[in-house]
Design a protein around this ligand. Structure first.
Ligand code: SF4
Ligand code: SF4
Length: 479
């Protein structure tokens, strides 16, 4: 075996071709761009000691003879800080019924005509299960269908969880995901009083939002905007930043033509930022893909255009965050875990979150529950009606997801320059490719992640845009 004894011998590295050069990283980042000539010198262990390139490689932990083990350990700890805490996010599906017929979700079809409301007893058992998690930071998220269609149980569960927490003393956050069409003064007052934050969907301007989110009762957009403003005003009045309402955007094929209009809608409402997410082909959206889906390159074109516009907006003095870019930057610049469960190794399935279906069945995550709604129970962990928390956490589906999403066990990812910051989704792989491990190099997940990493990495290389993104990561920024 040939060994390199000089101080420029490369340490365990991975690389990615990008344009004419290479992006290179060590096991825990950071990533570095090298020209082809620099890459050849680095790979051959022939970088001159003391040169600028040598110092760059040394600082990035890429030289075997110049490793700072403390720094490497700190980076490893930072990037996987959330992996060991136990599930913190608990999603309670209060009903499958919905009064909307959104193009990417067929919850109505799934729930109509069935008794698909979560009972009070099941909701309380779900809360008990959530409190059994060792994680001291608990987030209970009420979802549907349309969660407000099961208002009595939502109300009861909020009070039950808060009472339970008087003894448990956890850092408890409560939120409801709702289309806001059924909001009224009583519900509003209760949610504000109890500190339950509201998250709604906002796909863009009225024309786009209402085309995606069809509602026979009128304009879904008008309702969402009206109540978003009311909740924002209440949070401002009470000085409660933790209960500021938030909005989530789903990108359909229709969205691709209007990146500016979508960003402007979020700016107009004073939401402070936007999370530009590609459409997930899991569950019902998979069935509607021919109508609303698109390829990775189409999304990336949209993403780059929106991000360029957001940079211009920030450059003109308005702080407006793109949360996807911010979370990738947090990993690449600071080696911190932004607690985004879908981009972690291993991912947050079971070990970071649990999804409780209306009937008490528990799944690895909401996406695992959505796969079950389409008839496949692979990601079911058990039920709140039987078994202990420990049984859920050691169920085969929990172990399967942890193994399949551990990037060290994904041969293609293990060699990728973005591996220190990335993650893969076993439910996505299973839905699209028929196996939780999937075929990463041939899949849309990787194409999307790689494209977004390259886009954000390029922005971090430019002084002006890097400064903007660093500003997004300052304390208090919602990332
Ligand atoms: S399986 Fe997929 S959706 Fe579920 S937590 Fe993991 S990455 Fe997220
Ligand atoms: S999914 Fe793609 S971008 Fe992410 S680590 Fe794997 S190979 Fe790299």
């Amino acid at each position: 075996m040939r060994t390199m004894k000089n101080s420029a011998a490369p340490f365990d590295f991975r690389f990615e071709r990008d344009g004419a050069g290479y992006i290179v990283s060590g096991p825990f980042g950071p990533a570095l761009r090298l020209t082809p000539a620099e890459f050849r010198l680095f790979g051959a262990g022939k970088v001159k000691e003391g040169s600028v390139l040598f110092r760059r490689l040394e600082a990035a932990g890429l030289l075997r003879g110049r490793l700072d083990f403390e720094a490497e350990a700190a980076r490893a700890r930072g990037l996987s800080a959330g992996v060991y805490g136990g599930p913190g996010l608990h999603i309670l599906v209060l009903t499958l019924k919905c009064n909307h017929a959104c193009v990417y979700c067929r919850a109505t079809a799934g729930g109509a005509g069935k008794n698909s409301d979560m009972s009070r007893a099941t909701a309380r058992k779900s809360v008990d299960t959530a409190f059994a998690s060792p994680n001291n930071k608990l987030s209970l998220e009420f979802q549907g269908g349309e969660a407000l269609l099961n208002w009595p149980v939502l109300r009861d569960t909020v009070l039950y969880a808060k009472k339970k927490n008087l003894k448990a003393g956890k850092d408890l956050a409560l939120s409801v995901v709702t289309n806001l069409s059924l909001m009224d003064e009583d519900k509003f007052n209760f949610l504000v009083k109890e500190g339950v934050s509201v998250c709604t969907s906002l796909d863009g301007p009225a024309r786009l939002h209402d085309a995606n989110r069809r509602w026979s009762g009128g304009s879904s957009h008008a309702k969402a905007v009206h109540w978003l403003k009311r909740f924002a005003a209440a949070a401002g009045r009470d000085g409660r930043a933790d209960t500021l309402p938030s909005a989530l955007m789903t990108t359909t094929r229709l969205s691709l033509a209007d990146p500016r209009g979508i960003v402007d809608e979020y700016r107009k409402l004073g939401l402070g930022g936007i999370f530009l997410r590609p459409l997930s082909p899991i569950g019902y959206a998979g069935g509607a893909w021919p109508e609303i889906g698109y390829g990775p390159e189409e999304f990336l074109g949209f993403y780059r255009a929106a991000l360029a516009y957001i940079m211009a907006v920030n450059g003109a003095g308005e702080k407006f965050v793109e949360r996807n870019a911010a979370l990738l930057a947090r990993k690449m610049l600071r080696a911190e875990d932004p607690n985004f469960l879908d981009l972690r190794s291993p991912c947050g399935a079971a070990i970071g979150q649990l999804a409780y279906n209306f009937n008490g069945d528990v799944y690895t995550c909401d996406e695992g529950r959505m796969a079950a709604a389409c008839g496949d129970e692979l990601f079911r962990l058990g039920s709140v009606r039987a078994g202990r928390f420990e049984d859920l956490m050691t169920a085969p589906a929990a172990r399967l997801c942890a193994m399949a999403s551990c990037l060290e066990s994904q041969p293609y990812c293990a060699r990728c320059a973005f591996k220190p910051f990335c993650g893969v989704c076993p439910v996505h792989n299973y839905s699209v490719q028929g196996s939780p491990w999937g075929n990463i190099p041939g899949g849309s997940w990787c194409a999307l992640q790689k494209g977004m990493f390259k886009t954000v990495f390029a922005l971090l290389e430019k002084k002006k845009t890097r400064k903007i993104i660093e500003g997004w990561l300052e304390k208090g920024a919602a990332v």
